[in-house]
Ligand binder design. Structure first.
Ligand SMILES: NC(=O)c1ccc[n+]([C@@H]2O[C@H](COP(=O)([O-])OP(=O)(O)OC[C@H]3O[C@@H](n4cnc5c(N)ncnc54)[C@H](O)[C@@H]3O)[C@@H](O)[C@H]2O)c1
Ligand SMILES: [Zn+2]
Length: 348
């Protein structure tokens, strides 16, 4: 078993262990004296995994209930959260009870937000089942929903009481979502771990996926510990994302997945900074080869001018400028702020 302690205000453990799903109750009991546990899951994950989780919770003295919504980002809305509130109410959830998020990032973000806001906050735990959720979204305390005008615009910071990661669940994850998660994995290698990046080059991700999860979560937890509320260093997690979000916008959020957009964004920005002499020569080519190796998009029909234009209004913009993340070399990054008036010139 691998354990990472995340030292935010209220510190918590992330456990990585094959089969841990069947021991959910034991680990939730360590952090909660709740009577009731409400499991939140989606229509793909619940049929495969909810029973095991429910059984283990019951064996450890929890009264359980299960709320399932139809899978997909389209459901990451306040209307679904409202249904969760009704479920909590109908099942007599009190402030000392606990929410169990079982699923990918959509489940985690939404169950976390419901827990953060119901009765002004009740505890929750994360059991991430997608690669993206296991390497990224389940740790760090960002929760929320989409609005029709934009993604993740409403939310709250809410750290989980614990995170249980069972890499065995990836066996049932469709390949396209696995590749999607690889976009974030490559990002972690780029910003903080040359070793991870080199292993991704030499080996096959699935052959050392437990190590990958451990490495990514270790990096994320260190960054988050220093900057829980996302006012500084946490921005480095956004490497590849400024162009990535712009690409998602240009493709109208269909036709390119988030992870693919991030991977492509990482490659494009690095190609530019390499040309400018900011990044060690050869880095962009190495990112390109990794994207190819893991079946991700490596090109776009949109010219760089359009991508730069579409970065306007990015969430990482503040005041009159925007913070980009650049690489010095693979494994080493820094924050580079560009004023709005200079963005166009910088990328000309
Ligand atoms: N909170 C954060 O810090 C953070 C960070 C990154 C992304 N996110 C959010 O995460 C979301 C994306 O996460 P995601 O890619 O996990 O999406 P998702 O939750 O929609 O999961 C992807 C698909 O895989 C299915 N699935 C998940 N686990 C499975 C399994 N083990 N077996 C079979 N099917 C499985 C889901 O039902 C879904 O169809 C986005 O909404 C994004 O905004 C949040
Ligand atoms: Zn991302």
């Amino acid at each position: 078993m691998k354990i990472i302690n995340v030292k935010t205000n209220d510190s918590y453990n992330v456990y990585i262990e094959r089969g841990i799903l069947s021991e959910t109750g034991k680990y939730v009991r360590k952090v909660s004296r709740a009577v009731r546990a409400a499991i939140i899951s989606d229509s793909n994950v619940a049929p495969i995994y909810a029973e095991r989780v429910e059984k283990s919770l019951r064996e450890n003295g929890f009264e359980t209930s299960l709320f399932v919504f139809e899978a997909g980002e389209e459901r990451k809305r306040l209307s679904t959260v409202e249904q969760m509130y009704a479920h909590f109410f109908d099942n007599d959830m009190t402030r000392s009870d606990i929410v169990v998020a079982l699923g990918g990032g959509v489940v985690g973000d939404m169950a976390g937000y419901a827990a953060a806001s119901y009765l002004r906050g009740i505890d929750f735990v994360q059991i991430p089942t997608s690669l993206l959720a296991q390497v990224d979204s389940s740790v760090g305390g960002k929760t929320g929903v989409d609005l029709s005008v934009g993604k993740n615009l409403v939310g709250a910071f809410k750290q989980p009481k614990t995170v249980l990661i069972d890499p065995d669940t990836l066996d049932t994850l469709p390949q396209k979502f696995f590749n999607d998660g690889m976009g974030e994995v490559i990002k972690y290698g780029c910003i903080r771990s040359r070793t991870l990046f080199e292993r991704l080059e030499k080996e096959n991700a699935m052959d050392f996926i437990d190590d990958i999860i451990y490495e990514c979560i270790s990096i994320k937890s260190l960054v988050v510990e220093h900057d829980a509320l996302d006012t500084g260093e946490r921005a480095i997690l956004n490497f590849g994302h400024t162009f990535g979000h712009a690409l998602e916008k240009l493709y109208n959020y269909s036709g390119i997945t988030h992870g693919e957009a991030v991977g492509l964004g990482a490659y494009l920005i690095t190609k530019i900074t390499e040309k400018k002499g900011i990044t060690e020569a050869g880095s962009a080519d190495r990112i390109y080869k990794l994207l190819k190796k893991y079946d991700m998009t490596t090109s776009t029909e949109f010219p760089i001018d359009d991508i730069v234009k579409a970065t306007r209004g990015d969430k990482k913009s503040s005041g009159k400028g925007i913070s980009f993340i650049f690489l010095r070399s693979i494994g080493d990054c820094f924050i580079y702020r560009i004023e709005n008036s200079e963005v166009k010139g910088f990328f000309a």
